[in-house]
Ligand binder design. Structure first.
Ligand SMILES: Nc1nc2c(c(=O)[nH]1)N[C@H]1C(S)=C(S)[C@@H](COP(=O)(O)OP(=O)(O)OC[C@H]3O[C@@H](n4cnc5c(N)ncnc54)[C@H](O)[C@@H]3O)O[C@H]1N2
Ligand code: MOO
Length: 421
């Protein structure tokens, strides 16, 4: 008996170990090439190089006149220089000029117009006086135009062949804009992991239906589905499954057939009707860990079978939430090919005491704000494991270290942001 308990204790992982074990078997990540709009929220599977220089041609950065700096070198308010406007080049037109340009010529240009080769400076239209004599347009300058001013050289932003975005980069709106501006219309991204979400519990009723006595609405499955979708996974949430061992076993088998990852909630603890561990082991799955040194969420476990993963989250909504943030998210991030699949931990000081002694690190939903150059964290009242009403107020998850009698107000703790990235 003692040997069994010791073996079980060895499988009780710290959160860091649990993440390590999960990420280590994230397996080979295959890639697919998708049109740009579908690449948003995913991670590049290879470096992306620029097929062309940007800007692709020498262009004006202001509306005004392309001139030769040498022609304007002597310009002053007392002795302004007069230039003949010999041509106009609009954005999108060829950089033409009746060559070779005579000394003292200028070309009317606009932001984004190609600048004809002989010209090396653009003066803004606000800084010149334009006038006409007969039908001929002229501009008058009363100061020199320095060579190179308001001209973007071809390849100045990025040379052809240069790496634009590195493998593992998250493709958000600005990265998509970078690819589009280089003429790239598809991206090689890592495949989205497919996930089946399975809420378990006789007491669960679907939202939208009347609530029979002694039942609760199924919330964890919806929370898990939403989180996974926001992370970019391909998700299917099943209706609640009763606490029935054979049914849970069959459902797990089917879910493993179809998905890379199965996430269950509920039926995870030691109660007479908690069957997930039993079903996983009966199906021959190998445990990665059978408990996690965290609260809430201690009964969380994970298994692998034939390259497929099962993460069994606790049924208590806050425990389920902690498991999603601390374990499922890093795992999905590593499967999606994100370079750093870890939460971005920082430090802050508690704005109120946490009076709950705990043998494990305690993860507390909190509100975070900046005060006098440091982060402050207010643990939410009503943070009991089974409570859910205060969820929406939290924008941070802070951790109070194990042992001791909780934490004092003012104590420095680690935390990360819950604001969706
Ligand atoms: N004798 C012991 N009892 C318990 C222990 C223990 O070590 N010894 N651990 C406690 C801890 S800690 C937790 S956490 C819970 C976890 O139990 P389960 O993961 O098996 O979850 P359930 O018993 O199925 O449900 C717990 C609670 O949450 C509600 N729930 C479940 N699923 C959902 C859902 N999808 N949506 C909304 N609410 C849900 C359920 O009705 C229960 O109230 O065990 C402790 N017990
Ligand atoms: O670990 Mo349980 O999740 O405290 O409520």
């Amino acid at each position: 008996m003692a040997a069994i308990q010791e073996a079980e204790a060895a499988l009780a992982a710290t959160v860091e170990d649990a993440v390590e074990r999960l990420c280590r078997q994230a397996g080979d990540l295959s890639a697919e090439t998708v049109p740009l709009p579908e690449a948003a929220g995913r991670y590049l599977a290879q470096d992306c190089a620029s097929p062309i220089p940007i800007p692709p041609f020498r262009r004006a950065a202001m509306d005004g006149y392309a001139v030769r700096a040498a022609d304007t070198a002597e310009a002053s308010p007392e002795r302004p220089v007069r230039l003949t406007v010999a041509a106009e080049v609009r954005a999108g037109e060829k950089a033409w000029f009746p060559a070779p340009p005579e000394k003292g010529s200028a070309v009317r240009v606009f932001t984004g117009s190609p600048v004809p080769e002989a010209f090396d400076s653009v003066v803004m239209q606000e800084t010149v006086v334009r006038y006409e004599e007969g039908m001929r347009p002229f501009v008058r300058l009363d100061r020199p135009a320095p060579s190179g001013r308001h001209i973007a050289e071809a390849g100045e932003d990025c040379a052809a062949g240069a790496v634009l975005l590195k493998r593992g980069t998250a493709l958000g709106a600005k990265e998509i804009a970078v690819l589009a501006s280089f003429g790239i219309d598809r991206a090689a991204v890592y495949r989205r992991p497919s996930v089946v979400v399975l809420p378990i519990g006789d007491e669960l009723e679907l939202p939208g239906r009347p609530l029979p006595p002694s039942r609760v609405y199924e919330a964890n499955g919806f929370m898990t589905e939403a989180k996974l979708r926001l992370l970019g996974a391909d998700v299917r949430r099943l209706p609640p499954m009763p606490d029935h061992p054979a049914m849970i076993g069959r459902c797990l088998e089917q879910a493993w057939e179809e998905a890379d990852l199965v996430v269950t909630t509920g039926g995870a603890s030691v109660g007479k009707y908690d069957y997930v561990k039993w079903a996983a082991e009966t199906a021959g799955a190998e445990p990665l860990f059978k408990k996690v040194r965290m609260r809430p969420g201690t009964p969380t476990s994970a298994y692998v079978r034939g390259g497929k993963t099962l993460i069994s989250l606790s049924g208590n909504p806050s425990a389920c939430f902690a498991g999603l943030e601390l374990l499922v998210k890093p795992y999905v991030w590593s499967r999606m090919g994100r370079l750093n699949p870890r939460n971005d931990w920082r430090e802050g000081r508690l704005a109120a005491a946490v009076e709950k002694p705990c043998p494990y690190p305690r993860y507390i939903r909190s509100r975070a704000w900046m005060e006098n150059g440091e982060w402050r964290l207010l643990p939410l009242a009503n943070d009991r494991s089974g409570n859910i009403a205060a969820f929406a107020e939290a924008d941070a998850l802070a951790v109070v270290p194990a042992g001791g009698g909780g934490a004092d107000a003012g104590q420095t703790v680690r935390w990360f942001s819950l604001v969706e990235q």
